[in-house]
Each structure stands twice: as structure tokens, then as C-alpha cells.
Design a protein around this ligand. Sequence first.
Ligand code: TRP
Ligand code: ZN
Length: 489
Amino acid sequence: MTYTTVRSSWRLSSLLALALLAGAQAQTVIPAVIPTLPPPSASVAAAPIGDSIFPALGQAGLDVLNYDLDLTVDRPGTSELRGTVVLTVTSTQPLPVLSLDFLGPQVLEVRWNGLPAPYRHDQTVGKLIVEPPQSLLPGTKAEVTVRFAGQVGVRPDPDLPINVGWQAVPALGGRVGANFTLSEPDGTRTFLPVNDHPSDPATFTTRITVPAGYTAAASGVQRSEVAAPNGGRTFTFEQAQPIPTYTLAIHVNRFERVDSAAVPVGEGGADVIRRDYFPVGVPADTRDAYVSTGEILKVLADWFGPYPFSAYGSAIVTPRIPALETATLSTMPVTSSNVRVLVHETAHQWFGDRVTLADWSGVWLNEGFATYAELLWAQAQGETGDDMVRGWYARVGRSQTRPLVATTESQLFETTAYIRGALALQAVRVTVDDTAFKAYLRGWVSGFSSQPVTTADLLTYTRTRLGAKAEAALRLWAESPELPPLPQR
Ligand code: TRP
Ligand code: ZN
């Protein structure tokens, strides 16, 4: 059909309201557009994913395959951002509208397979509703283009005293302004229209144009660096394996990029590209920890199986914030530039970035495994690790403990997820020998890399792989309201 261009936000909201409230009757009101919508299902189709902690995030049935980003940072260190993103989408149920999470800059234009499409952007609620010419059906793909510019959105962290999402680090003293992403759990929507939930990981192509003197870095492998107007440069990165939206790293800074020897720990012994980014002017000893990155990759790949991406390294940032496991490029504050934190974030590349969460309540499946990696690293350095396990146990014992599955936002990144989560894995380990435990960890990664996970999945997997005793040990640590006894062989 000939599709009438309707860009007015008023028009779309009234169309949606009509479709929702009046059902089929709306067809007689505005026949040019309405017949393409199956009115009775419109409200169902725009239902969020139904996360138990963040019930408004995402869209049920939407499957974003790829995000193709073209971003320009004209004034690093500010909250200004402009760009175009092309989402390649499909669905698992007919979707009469697309409902993307987007708090960010003002939308200038939306296209559906190249043709202008009506949309409504509510920056307060953080949703961008797009109306396709016809429903997006399972087995079909569409390309949705969103052009935007202005100030990024604001999303306070659910428990830390920071805002998540696009970070602006203002120029200070001799330091130039910088920007980077810090998006766990749902900050990517501050600067990109996304299906902002870890159950829908996607591949990314990221192009970033920065002013003269700046370097851009992002998740994935750098494909090119070309001149842009006024002495600027455009950097292109390809993240070819799907990652959750919150793990997308983007950095703009005056960086020194340090390339190191590739590490042959990828699938089938493939080389993993090694690069780290240090802001010009950080203290020289900031770099010390990162010398161990290659060795960390080897130790962890031995326990977890092949490193799941094509590159790995760190981008160092100057603000005093927590480190974050951004995919292929951990975001490491100067103040957390130590080996233990680096081991933790590196382990997340397997647990969180490759094996992704079905629901945020299971975040211990990220944090428990990443914390457990700290023990595996210590043991690879010749320590028994007994002190660490006893230290964990004492720490959990000092506070009110609870089952592993989180029930509120503020519980997500509590000690329980990290330390009780790690102890739960230790409880499994002591029921078997280390050969079986290693096969168990490797099997979890290889078996669940394309299917978002829950605690129930891990319990079932544990029984299948290691038997009833191991499952019972895990279940006790996962579910008991009390503190179970110290795991011992
Ligand atoms: N996942 C991070 C870690 O333990 C912790 C974290 C949670 C975080 N939310 C964050 C870090 C927001 C930075 C910003 O490795
Ligand atoms: Zn962590």
C-alpha cells in the first residue's frame, strides 16, 4: 500500500489511543493508516518483557539482531550526542508497534525499511513507539532507523550514587573532557533506542566521530579509522558476537592505545586481540595491573572454556566509580586498577556478557561466578584459597543473609550476589573433583551461550551434569533463608 507519512507525535499517540480504546471502530476514523494495525492486539503487542525487577523494560516478542550505530561527539565532556542507529529487528510474535527503551536525545526522524514512519517519543517514560506499515511478523526482518540529537537522558543507578548510561567527564585542570558508557543495568537507553534487557543480546557495529586529538574506543574489533571534517576522526568497531545492551562500551578520550601480543585462547585456539586504552596523563603505575591481562585470559579460559569474543582489554577512566564488565573492553577506573578487580571483570566476559541473564533477579549468576574467578586466579598463583573462602564466609555471616535470587532493585548488587553466590559455587565444587568441576563450568558456558539463564536453569544443569548431591548443595545455598555451613570436602 501507499504509506502516508505521519510524523506528528500527536497523530501517532491519538492513533494508538484509538487502536487501544476503540479497537476495530478506529478503522472507520482514519482509514489511511489504521487498517494496517490489528487493533485488538496493540496493547498486548507493546507489553514489556516482564522483568521481575524492572517490569517496564523492553518489549515482549521483540528480537533485535543488530544495532548499527553512527555517533558523533562534537564536544567531549558534555552530555551532547547526535547520531543515527539502524536496528535490524525480528520478532517471536506479531508486533503491530515497536516499543523501544529510549530516555535519550530528541528524536529527529524514524524510518521503517527506509520509509518515514510515525513515532511517539516519551522521554519521561523512556519509550519510543514506532508504528510500522504492517505488523512485524515472526520470520521476517525489518530495519528501523532512528536519528537523534541533543542531551542524553538521565537514569539514576538503582542503588549506587551515580547515574548510569552515557557519562560526561568535564575538562578539569589539564585534563580534557571525556565520555564513556557505564550502563548496568539499564543505562544504554539514556543514549540509544534499544530493547534494553539482557535477555535480548545483539551484535553491534559502532562508528564514532570525534574531534581532532581524540580517540574513540568501543566493544569489538576496530575495523577502521578515517579522517573526518575539521581534523576529526571516525572510528569503526565490529562486535560480531551478541552482547547485552548494558555491556556495550563506548569511550571518547585523549587516549594512548597500547597493543599487546594476541592470546591464543579463543574458540579452537584462535588469537584474541589485545588492546588497552590509557587516558593521557594517568599515573604511570596505573598500567601495572594490565600487564597480567594475557595471563588472566589463559587461566580463566582453562576453567571456563575458550574466551567468547575476538578481542579483550581495558579502557581506563578517571572518575571514582565501580569497574564494569563492558564487553571486550572492561571499564576500569584508575582507582580500581588492580589485578583482583581485573580478574573479576574479565570473568564477566563469560558470565554476564556471553552467558546472559533472562531476568535481573538472577544477577548473582553474573556476580557469583565473577567473584569465584578471583579464587581460581589466587589458586593459579599457588595459593590454597582457603583464606579467601573463610573470608567470604565470615563476611556473609556478618550481615543478614538471604536467598540468592533478588527481589528488589536495591538487592541486585548486594554482598549476597557476589559473596554468597561465590560460596554457592564452592559448595558445588566440594561435592566433586576439580576435573568434574571444570567440565561443569565449561559446559555451563558452552551450553547456555545462546539461551538467557535463570537460577532454575543452573539447578537443573547441576543435577544433570554432577548429580543430586551437587544440586542439593547448590539449592541449599541458593534458597535457604539461613547461612548454610562452610563448604568443605
Ligand atoms: N557489575 C559490576 C561488577 O561487579 C558492578 C556494577 C553494578 C556496576 N552496577 C554498576 C558498575 C553500575 C558500574 C556501574 O563488576
Ligand atoms: Zn561483577
